[in-house]
Design a protein around this ligand. Structure first.
Ligand code: 2NE
Length: 273
């Protein structure tokens, strides 16, 4: 498989997906998401793979969400893709591909470990939130940006996040759009472990060794059970995707996106209802 926006490797029972747009802090486009979906389906169906790792290339970012430089009033721009059987996905709005990616991370009957090596912001934070386990470098920073840049994830990104960190904290994360350190994230239960940056890979490899030494069927059954209680969030996530695609067509959403790209504070005052 040939990819442009991700590095995909398989070794010793692992499949590793690294978003490879470090000059954009690993922000994703539709193409990036489509490649991640392709790779995860390959990992799902490869009997040699027992655990999946998701990370970001470079040492600054895991992923900072949707690439704002290609977002306009019509939503995020698409791009031509390699013919790999899933190219039709690029005709979907980006929010739908992001939703599909999140759902595949939840559905794949193998543990998915997020190796958070830097910023995990916006839709990038949501990717690690839905992973089974998250290990963070002590330099990692976490947060949501939607209300600041004219976007929202009113599905897994909020409702499932609340299951992970609790209602008050989830509301704080989204309403205030602050950044949280790796230690903050550990304290609120957003990550499983924080390690020095230079030990991040080693710690994740050790965790994968343990996972790979355990019964794959036990792990698959447990994952399904853990998912069962929050499965209904997929319904609101799908509905929120429709709302988000409509919202992107509004002047309010465009103000958020433009303010970020123009490096100024947004002025949402005229949109109050
Ligand atoms: C990530 C963060 C906190 C980094 O801050 P800082 O101060 O360390 O760096 P800076 O200068 O803000 O960013 C460095 C460069 O990366 C670009 C910036 O524009 C800047 O470019 P240059 O000035 O060097 O040319 N950059 C950062 N984030 C980007 C992005 N998402 N897209 C394109 N370029 C980006 C800070 O930069 C930040 O808060 N970024 C915004 C995060 C964000 O808004 N993410 C999207 C949320 S919406 C979403 O993810 C989503 C969706 O819209 C639909 C469906 C699913 C998800």
């Amino acid at each position: 498989m040939r990819f442009e926006d991700i590095l995909y490797t398989k070794y010793d029972g692992r499949a590793k997906v690294a978003i490879n747009r470090p000059d954009k802090l690993n922000a994703f486009t539709n193409h990036t998401l489509q490649e991640m979906i392709s790779a995860l389906i390959d990992a799902w169906t490869d009997k040699n793979v027992g655990v999946v790792i998701i990370t970001g290339a470079g040492d600054r970012a895991f992923c900072v969400g949707g690439d704002q430089s290609i977002r306009s009033k019509g939503g995020y721009a698409g791009a031509e893709s390699e013919k790999n059987g899933l190219e039709g996905l690029e005709n979907l709005p980006l929010a739908n591909n992001h939703a599909l990616l999140l759902q595949i991370i939840r559905m794949i009957p193998k543990p998915v470990v997020a190796m958070v090596n830097g910023y995990a912001i916006g839709g990038g934070n949501v990717i690690h939130v839905v992973c089974d386990l998250s290990v963070a470098s002590e330099k990692a920073k976490f947060g949501q940006a939607g209300p600041r840049v004219g976007s929202f994830d009113a599905g897994y990104g909020s409702a499932y996040l609340a299951r992970v960190v609790g209602e008050k904290k989830a509301r704080e994360i989204w309403y205030l759009c602050q950044q949280y350190t790796a230690d903050d994230a550990l304290e609120m239960g957003l990550v499983n472990k924080v390690v020095p940056s230079e030990n991040l890979e080693e710690e994740v490899e050790k965790m994968c060794d343990t996972l790979l030494s355990h019964s794959p069927t036990s792990l698959a059954a447990l994952k399904t059970s853990f998912n069962a209680d929050t499965e209904s969030i997929w319904g609101i996530h799908s509905m929120a995707g429709i709302a988000l695609n409509l919202y992107y067509g509004t002047d309010e959403a465009v103000e958020g996106r433009n303010a970020f790209m123009e490096k100024r504070e947004p002025d949402f005052s005229k949109f109050r209802k």
